[in-house]
Design a protein around this ligand. Structure first.
Ligand SMILES: *Cc1c(COP(=O)(O)O)cnc(C)c1O
Length: 376
């Protein structure tokens, strides 16, 4: 059986976890967390990065830092993971879903402005499959309307838009290091803060509402409860695992890219004969090989393809059921304008196995099995 995903493991993880244990520091913000934060900051030229317990809680933090009030509106795509929406709901916001572009599956930047009302406070864009949204347009809209921008870059660690790393362009960026993402720590994520005015507030929010971080820097002589907060810092055990991955980030990405390119080359003839559509990469984007997907004709064909491959030991998976058509989507939001592409494109999309260490034999089997389905 070729799994859809196997969590990345490069070899040094156990060593580092052991080091954390032997240093008698397994709670948060120890040496490994610091190394990871600093690596992310310098690699992405980011103002401030803080590891969190998940991509979801990085989003929670970003929305909390935007200080929304009950009934404020957040613009986001409906084609995304529930976490993007939950974070806004947690702050009492109403969700306003905007249609996606069929080529990148990202929010259609041309449809955002029509969805803005006098209650709109935030645009949350999702870089699907690690391919960038049209950030120049989105940032321009946000500036003109006085809105904050949160980048859900959960899938987009190391991807770029016009030479800039995703997550560092909006006010806040949110990364995920879940086991299904390119670099992992089991469960974990990071918040990127691109406006230093928020650094201290974020530290307080992340550390149970205390000014503990300031205390450890020697800037105050005792630490106390200064504002609302929660606990968003991951254990050192998880950070140690992630450190091994970040040290090998280039190796992991190169390996994933080889699989991505292999699929993309091998499936060209199916695309040329009009049987499937392959991913589109805008010129200004450098992607991170997070995901390889293709699109079937319709839902029925996709279901048949997934069944066919499963019977032959190849796991393909589909992706999000659009949030606006889910029970919580009705409860917490509305679709602005017409759903032309969100439902239609999401029903056709299927993801291929893609993980660090996928062998040549397995890559070939995936392609051959898919071709077998379309040739029959
Ligand atoms: C994975 C993912 C998340 C959530 O990340 P977790 O670390 O699993 O909490 C949020 N948004 C998107 C688009 C994701 O792909």
């Amino acid at each position: 059986m070729i799994n859809f995903n196997i969590p990345p493991y490069v070899g040094k993880e156990l060593d580092y976890v052991k080091q954390a244990i032997e240093s008698h520091k397994i709670c948060g913000d120890g040496a490994f967390t610091k190394k990871c934060n600093e690596w992310l900051e310098s690699r992405f030229d980011a103002e401030k990065v803080m590891l969190t317990t998940s991509g979801s809680t990085a989003l929670d933090m970003a929305f909390e830092l935007c200080e929304l009030k009950q009934g404020d509106e957040v613009i986001l795509p409906s084609y995304t993971f529930s976490s993007t929406a939950n974070a806004a709901v947690l702050c009492g916001a109403r969700l306003v879903f905007v249609d996606i572009r069929p080529d990148t599956m990202n929010i259609d930047e041309k449809k955002i402005e029509a969805a803005i009302t006098d209650r709109t406070k935030v645009i949350c864009c999702v870089h699907y499959a690690g391919v960038a949204c049209e950030m120049d347009t989105i940032m321009d809209i946000a500036t003109r309307h006085g809105l904050k921008v949160i980048e859900d870059a959960a899938q987009a660690v190391t991807s770029k838009y016009k030479g800039r790393y995703l997550g560092t362009i909006g006010d806040f960026g949110c990364y995920s290091f879940h086991e299904t993402k390119n670099f992992s720590m089991g469960e974990g994520g990071a918040l990127v803060i691109n406006n230093r005015e928020y650094n201290e507030k974020a530290e307080i929010l992340r550390e149970k509402g205390t000014n503990r971080a300031k205390f450890f820097r020697g800037q105050v002589d005792k630490y106390t409860w200064v504002d609302f907060g929660d606990s968003y810092l991951p254990s050192e055990l998880n950070a140690a695992y992630l450190w091994a991955q970040l040290e090998s980030a280039d190796k992991i990405e190169k390996d994933r890219m080889e699989t991505w390119n292999y699929y993309n080359e091998q499936l060209q003839d199916l695309a040329a004969s009009g049987k499937v559509e392959l991913p589109f990469l805008p010129e200004y984007c450098e992607h991170n090989a997070h995901m390889y997907y293709m699109k079937c004709r319709d839902l029925q064909e996709r279901t048949a393809l997934i069944d066919y491959c499963k019977k032959r030991g190849v796991m393909l998976v589909f992706h999000y059921i659009p949030l606006h058509s889910a029970p919580a989507g009705y409860k917490f939001g509305r679709f602005a304008g017409e759903d032309i592409y969100t439902t239609r494109e999401s029903e056709r999309l299927v993801r291929l196995p893609l993980y660090y260490g996928l062998t040549n034999t397995d890559r070939k089997k995936v392609v051959d099995t898919i071709k077998g389905f379309f040739d029959k």
